[in-house]
Ligand binder design. Structure first.
Ligand code: PRP
Ligand code: URA
Length: 219
């Protein structure tokens, strides 16, 4: 796994969340003997921590409140509610954890699958919250491999009016980060790990296999 320093030296624009709890939980997830329910639970827990990182710089405003002791001005989130966009179907495994942390967020879905031969993303569903152009949009998908899916999703969201986006994933490949940075330099990337490379089938090595299958127990 690459460190933040190594990523910078490679010219990759990505924030690596190397918190020990994230790294420990990710190691548990990678193990092939992990059960579907444990895998799903761990992804949800890691998503809490990734959510804190990707929202770290949200704007606050002061609100007048009264505690049982006295009146005060206290910070609350400013602006329109966030929009979380899940890239189906594996994005839904992260979405649950993100919504645990920000339950008021609006939710959208972009349905994409990777053609196994061409590795190109094929869209089959698109539905996002109203006033998407006024919201901070956080796109979630556990895997950034070739980045074809993430690039297609963000391109589609831009066509739909989104202007302020971030992308959060669990494991990424250096090739995918580079491609995503080139396609969407305005969209920051947050990840829990950057692995070695892609194999001939476009899978992340060492990775964790097919995220969707492991979340939903479909293989
Ligand atoms: C997986 C994953 C990403 C994509 C990453 O989805 O959840 O969306 O592959 O690969 P890429 O960066 O090379 O595009 P998949 O296409 O397997 O669909 P699924 O979530 O429905 O299983
Ligand atoms: N999609 C996955 O689910 N896993 C990979 O390693 C690559 C793409």
């Amino acid at each position: 796994m690459l460190t933040q320093h190594e990523l910078q030296q490679m010219g990759l624009d990505v924030l690596l969340v190397d918190h020990p709890l994230v790294q420990h939980k990710l190691t548990l997830m990678r193990q092939k003997e992990q059960s579907t329910s444990q895998f799903r639970g761990l992804l949800r827990e890691i998503s809490w921590l990734l959510c804190f990182e990707v929202t770290r710089d949200l704007t606050l405003m002061d609100k007048a409140i009264e505690t049982p002791v006295q009146a005060m001005h206290a910070p609350v989130l400013d602006g329109k509610k966030l929009a979380f966009i899940s890239i189906l179907r594996a994005g839904n495994g992260m979405l649950e954890g993100m919504l645990d942390v920000v339950p008021s967020a609006r939710v959208g879905h972009v349905g994409l699958f990777r053609d196994p031969e061409s590795l190109q993303a094929v869209e089959y569903y698109y539905k996002v919250p109203a006033q998407i152009e006024e919201r901070l949009v956080i796109v979630v998908d556990p895997m950034l491999a070739t980045a074809n899916s993430a690039i297609a999703a963000v391109t589609r969201l831009k066509e739909g009016g989104a202007t302020n986006m971030r992308f959060v994933c669990l494991i990424s490949a250096p090739e995918g980060i580079r491609a995503f940075n080139e396609a969407h330099p305005d969209v920051s990337v947050v990840t829990a790990a950057v692995d070695q490379k892609l194999n001939d089938h476009g899978y992340i090595v060492p990775g964790l296999g097919d995220a969707g299958d492991r979340i939903f127990g479909t293989k």
